[in-house]
Design a protein around this ligand. Structure first.
Ligand SMILES: [Zn+2]
Length: 102
């Protein structure tokens, strides 16, 4: 799973600990969202942020003191916004393929 945490001026793509290949797939997907200029939805009010997000925020010093404007957790089975997810997937794969095979 990957999580996109957006703030004013800084976007963080958090990636779960998994195989190198899977991390590359998740990272490419995250780049796809950024390149397509998608916007992650605003997070829930602070007390409702789930524990996983809090652990990520606390472990990332770059996020300290920054207001989180959006959070998106992407899972392989997620179909919340299928068109946006497909666009991110295709764009991210093309971007990474271009980088690796130029
Ligand atoms: Zn996604």
């Amino acid at each position: 799973m990957g999580m996109w945490i957006a703030t004013a001026g800084l976007d963080v793509l958090w990636i779960q600990h998994t195989t190198r290949w899977h991390r590359q797939v998740i990272l490419a997907h995250g780049f796809g969202h950024l390149l397509c200029e998608h916007s992650p939805p605003a997070p829930a009010i602070s007390p409702n942020l789930d524990d996983r997000l809090w652990r990520i925020v606390e472990s990332c010093p770059e996020l300290e003191g920054r207001a989180i404007s959006g959070v998106m957790a992407c899972r392989e089975s997620e179909d919340r916004d299928l068109l946006m997810e497909r666009e991110a997937e295709v764009t991210g794969r093309l971007f990474v393929d271009k980088l690796l095979h130029r």
